[in-house]
Design a protein around this ligand. Structure first.
Ligand SMILES: Cc1cc2nc3c(=O)[nH]c(=O)nc-3n(C[C@H](O)[C@H](O)[C@H](O)COP(=O)(O)OP(=O)(O)OC[C@H]3O[C@@H](n4cnc5c(N)ncnc54)[C@H](O)[C@@H]3O)c2cc1C
Length: 288
């Protein structure tokens, strides 16, 4: 195995583009090293991103949002007061990843690029309308987070492409977000269902919303019909009931040892309403 330590994204991209065999980028390594030790994926080329300047930084953007480096750990996210105040739903998604030890290494970009439909940080990012800056052999491009997963274990990134940063938009006034997951244990398990809601209020009414669901389809879903169900409402009982119905209708879950498809359809309706209530209160709305 060839271990590489590039000092720029362009160099990392060039190494990946020239590599012939199995290539992996090394961020926190909490997926890559587990797969390597288990013998499920043995990279021919392992490209360590942690020595590229700026990858461990969280910086404000000119637009009032945040630019998160690709080696920022979950623990660092949770310690960043500005990010926690603006995007608590994104931070709480990452806080659910594994244990304290895992969060000391695990990154948002790694969680996204591992391609799991149950990835805990991704629904919050999708609901937040986060984008990623991608560097590749053809230069730079920006993509919405929801466009990155291509299916279980796969992304749309072309050979030689990698994520250089995650960009969260400005929070703005009267906004709130939340992420919840269901697992059969209290921690250290994979989401059976995940639900993230991000919304903005005008008075007591929902003026903007985005809803994302995890672990109920081959990839994380952005569900505009679920957002539409609460738009213009004060998140009252009928809006919540329409939200639950829209989330359940969008879900295309499988049955596995963690839960049946029927169970997941039921739980996604419950969780999405709970997440919406939390987001609504975080946006300054009264408890519903
Ligand atoms: C004990 C344990 C418990 C866990 N629990 C959870 C959990 O509860 N919820 C959950 O969602 N996950 C969980 N995970 C999985 C893992 O911790 C997360 O997916 C984590 O966020 C991966 O981030 P990383 O930085 O460690 O990724 P890495 O292992 O470094 O990389 C993961 C993948 O992403 C690619 N990659 C990394 N960075 C980039 C980049 N910048 N551009 C392009 N591709 C890139 C790599 O090539 C690799 O394919 C757990 C893992 C362990 C070991």
């Amino acid at each position: 195995m060839n271990y590489h330590r590039p000092t720029s994204f362009e160099q990392a991209s060039a190494i990946a583009a020239a590599a012939a065999g199995v290539t992996r980028f090394l961020a926190g390594g909490t997926d890559v090293l587990v797969q390597l030790r288990a013998g499920t994926v043995t990279p021919d080329d392992l490209i360590d991103l942690k020595h590229i300047p700026g990858v461990k930084e969280i910086a404000p953007t000119a637009e009032g949002g945040w630019r998160i480096g690709v080696a920022v750990s979950g623990a660092d996210l949770g310690r960043h007061a500005g990010l926690c105040a603006d995007w608590p739903g994104v931070v709480e998604g990452m806080r659910l990843v594994g244990s304290i030890q895992v969060q000391g290494r695990a990154t948002l970009a790694g969680n996204l690029c591992n391609g799991s439909a149950a990835a805990d940080s991704v629904p919050g990012l999708v609901a937040a309308a986060a984008r990623v800056s991608v560097v590749g052999p053809q230069g730079r491009r920006e993509l919405a987070v929801e466009d990155i997963p291509a299916g279980p274990g796969r992304t749309v990134l072309a050979p030689g492409e990698l994520i250089a940063a995650i960009i969260l938009p400005a929070r703005g006034a009267r906004g709130g977000d939340a992420y919840l997951r269901f697992i059969p244990r209290t921690e250290m398990d994979i989401a059976v269902v995940g639900a993230a809601v991000n919304l903005r209020l005008d008075g007591d009414r929902v003026a903007e919303a985005r809803v994302a669901l995890g672990a109920v389809a081959p990839r994380i879903l952005l569900v505009p019909e679920a957002a539409d169900a609460i738009l213009g409402t004060p998140l009252d009982a009928s809006a919540l009931s329409a939200l639950a119905a829209a989330a359940t209708a969008a879900a295309r879950p499988i049955t596995d040892r963690r839960g049946t498809a029927e169970f997941r359809r039921e739980v996604v309706g419950v969780l999405v309403c709970r997440a919406a209530r939390i987001a609504y209160q975080r946006a300054g709305g009264a408890a519903t």
